[in-house]
Design a protein around this ligand. Structure first.
Ligand code: PAF
Length: 284
């Protein structure tokens, strides 16, 4: 695997690959790689000739400076992991390389960006759109891969791509979970022992709520999930919303859409964890 730190060198390499007819997959990450990321990389490697994994802790998407400071940075370990899944290129630029001047672009991403994370993390999706659009322009991939744990992020990136006229495929890869159900996240490493013991209750509660939902309303299901999790020491639900899986707008009734997803954010101590579950999916 080759590691690039400059845009110019990566571009030159990819131009030559493209000229040789190679198909290029992009996996944007902020590093601190785990099996969830590796699943994205494996999917890209299986479906493209070359896979670029970007490793960049993007300052413009952190509205909490403490979160940015504490975000794990483990480049050597990340590169070693990428080697094990046959990644072709890692791209690990500096902040100055990606933002030689302040990025003042403001994206108008529509209703998908205004709810949930958009409400609780003002500016977050604008920062995501800034960095992901830069990466799209640098790499010009045939396919770009994102994890479904960040369910809203995928909808926002699709909205951004539609607005900017990118026509390649944005591929959503299912959540990877620990054996006890906890969705893999770089933030899990920050949980204390007792917080880590409680963390799987998030997924457990969401999965149980699917059975509960069969005989209860949307409102009752939201209350059941929120009350169950808030009763656990150190846990505080920031929001639980049950939404249309495409528009991300809240549904009031199970018959409002054939694609319904519950999206949750929970503080487990100081650590902000997110997860989601589908209640209804359109038939393929
Ligand atoms: O999901 C992430 O890790 C980040 O938001 C992304 C897409 C790599 C942009 O910095």
């Amino acid at each position: 695997m080759k590691v690039f730190t400059t845009i110019a060198e990566l571009r030159q390499q990819l131009d030559s690959d493209r000229n040789a007819g190679k198909k290029i997959g992009l996996v944007p990450t902020m590093g601190a790689l785990h099996n969830g990321h590796l699943q994205l990389v494996k999917t890209s490697v299986a479906n493209n000739d070359m896979t670029v994994v970007s490793i960049f802790v993007n300052p413009t998407q952190f509205n909490d400076k403490n979160d940015l400071r504490l975000y794990p940075r483990t480049l050597d370990k990340d590169c070693a992991l990428l080697e094990t899944v046959n990644c072709t290129y890692a791209f690990a630029p500096s902040v100055e390389e990606m933002y030689p001047t302040e990025d003042t672009r403001v994206f108008h991403l529509g209703p998908v960006a205004e709810v949930m994370e958009g409400k609780y993390r003002p500016g977050h999706f604008n920062g995501v759109a800034q960095i992901v659009s830069k990466l799209f322009d640098i790499v010009r991939p045939d396919n770009a891969y994102f994890g479904e744990k960040d369910f809203q992020q995928i909808a926002v990136i699709r909205a951004m791509a539609a607005q900017l006229g990118y026509t390649f495929h944005i591929v959503a890869v299912p959540i990877v979970r620990e054996p006890d159900g906890l969705a893999l996240s770089s933030r899990n490493a920050r949980l204390t022992e007792s917080q880590r013991r409680n963390a799987p209750k998030i997924a457990e509660t969401l999965f149980k709520s699917r059975t509960f939902a069969a005989s209860h309303s949307v409102r009752e299901t939201i209350d059941e999930v929120v009350n169950t999790l808030n009763a656990i020491p150190e846990m505080r639900v920031e929001y639980y919303e049950i939404v249309d899986g495409n528009t991300l707008q809240p549904v009031a009734d199970w018959n409002d859409s054939d694609y319904i997803v519950g999206c949750i954010t929970v503080y487990d101590g100081e650590v902000r964890l997110i997860d989601n579950i589908a209640y209804r999916r359109p038939e393929k």
